[in-house]
Design a binder for this molecule. Sequence first.
Ligand code: MRU
Length: 350
Amino acid sequence: MTHTLTIPTSLEWHEDHLLILNQQKLPNIVEYLKLSTITEYYEAIVSLKVRGAPAIGITAAYGLAQAACQYETDNLTIFNDLFRRDKQYLSGSRPTAVNLSWALERLQGVIKHAQSVNEAKTNLLHTAIQIHTEDEEICRMIGEFALKELDDKRRVMTICNAGSIATGKYGTALAPFHLGREKGLGFQVYACETRPVLQGARLTAWELQQSGVDVTLITDSMAAHTIKEKGVEAVIVGADRIAANGDTANKIGTSMLAIVCDHYNIPFYVAAPSSSFDLTSKTGDVIPIEKRSGEEITKINGTTIAPENVSVYNPAFDVTSHELIAGIITEKGVLYPNFAESIRRTIVIK
Ligand code: MRU
């Protein structure tokens, strides 16, 4: 049997629902779910059926636009009140990925001057679709810039899943591997499994296999040893929120990798779109870090692996100091230190 290599995607808009790839079930079950009510959208984001900063933003945009299209009123004041209520509800689904509030604010902006409820509804849906389609092109550009930056480096490590299924298509950190495969460049990718929820093992390993990229899975604690023994030449990761000085929040374990890169003197890159920058956060110290249920640590696949009642600390993200980052790869090009300066000059948030 021949298996056609494809770059998987996770979001497909249909007239009356968003079809999502259920990332909770991968890789064992490839299941698609329909979202059409605001509570379904909210639940899908909270439970990580949809995850990854850009995909969260796209999904929330569709969720809010679809909810607004269901309001049964012709009165703009009532419409705006309902919109604000639902916007607030969705923005509370996950705190760290700034793409969520970025997408919701962008929707708010396009109804400001609407003259009628119908005009507002049309603008919202149009903008949600635009956010989705733009993201695919943005990620392709990130991938092209990343390929240039990586130059002849082929042994690269990553953590979590900053891939095609976490975005409109291609991904951010994984974009150079997908594009590189299309160009016949033989990347060897080392994927950290990413405890506790295993986005690396379940999602990155699956996604790269689907598109024919050579991927080797390791546990998070093997990163330093693997970098040394396998001659890893660079690490590239995604971002959930980048502060004005370049400090970057990403999946827990990321800052540990950056510290190891510093020790072995190999470059540590962040790949992210402009929508992942939060210029109102001066440094990473003020970025909200999501704390998730302790059961993500005490259980694996429903099986308890820790003593009952043990106290658990489960921060889902950490902040990597800008001093450890060699470059931030965006759709506008690669930003280098001094980041406060290069971010200020380059990043314009729509
Ligand atoms: O908790 P998750 O799975 O949503 O965390 C995702 C990450 O940390 C990704 O690296 C980040 O959102 C970038 S996705 C292109």
